[in-house]
Design a protein around this ligand. Sequence first.
Ligand code: PMP
Length: 386
Amino acid sequence: MILRNPLVMTPGPTPIVRSIQDAMGRETIGFNDPRLVADFRALVDDLTSLWKCDGLAFIVAGSGTMAMEMGIVNVASPSDRVLACSNGFFGDRYVDICSRKGFETETLRPAHWGESVTVNAISDKLSEKNFDVLMLTQVETSTGVEFPLRELCLMMRASYPDTLIVVDGVASMGGVDFYMDWGVDVIVTCSQKCFGIAPGLGMLWASKRALEKRESMGQITETYIDFEKWVPVMRDTNKYWGTPAVNMIWALCESVRIIKEEGLENRFKRHRYYASAIRKSLRAMGFGIGTSEEMASPTVTVAKYPEGCGLDDAAFRNKVYGEGVHLAGCLGEFAGKGFRIGHMGNIDEGILVAMIAAIERASIKCGYKIEPGVGLGTIQRALLDM
Ligand code: PMP
């Protein structure tokens, strides 16, 4: 018998607070009802200004992958050269999108799964050859690796200012330090990650330069995700292209209200603190971490089973589920060797403690010999130190 749903500690969806659930459950009105038009207007303005974007924010119904596709097809012509940095499964997805579109795409990968392509490797590549677009993933969800985006932006501004930068911010935007004025041209995300809403909305920020690039490209083969179709709507939310997801827009309004109340800088700090506390606690229980401390992301952690601990991946995660927490399995080279935790959005210390407690109980019930309280004590101390 299930008394309550498990805590959703996956890298999307993430826990949804009551006020956002309520926004999604409101009675739906027409998309050209003046009340929705006004809410949509305020939302686009908030997203644009909060992330210091000199261009425009877009809100379009769809998943993160749609936003990724929208992000690249509006700033790269088939004749353009794209340098794609892939740190894992979702980086490879972007490479696949670029290849299918027929861009001349070259890919950089780190030496090992669980690492990031370095700024030096990118700079070396760009010194050999000119690329029109550089593409990367800020947080690679399959490995829990954070790309050194600020450092990259400084290097690009100084040495390659003409190359457009397109970022998959699906697992980072709204939780990890970032502003458009670092010099990024396009960043994309979606509703079910750091914004803490149900899946269904794609969000995209385009710099003034990205909008100008689209204007210079003429007609593109895509229709639904064409900037030319959506720019008029984002500039005047009374206009129509594809039906806006009315209730999801309200949910995003509430999410942004919460973000503004917390403050972006505080939110970024909180995500880093929580991630560090989770890693300490996992280590105290004997688990490995899928990447180094320097590259570990504030939003997603890969925990690896200790050698010889006897834990079977599927059985263990089922047990954790039974203890009230939904974790994700690993992907790629880490598949079967560990589990992934999404710790992003509107979560708090109570949620983290409950999650560690469930992992601890499930470990012991599955025969992995750890002292009850070893993980819990560590996370409590880490949270008290913050
Ligand atoms: N990029 C990253 C980094 C992701 O984590 C995900 C989803 N886990 C996606 C892209 C794809 O998003 P969606 O599943 O919403 O299409």
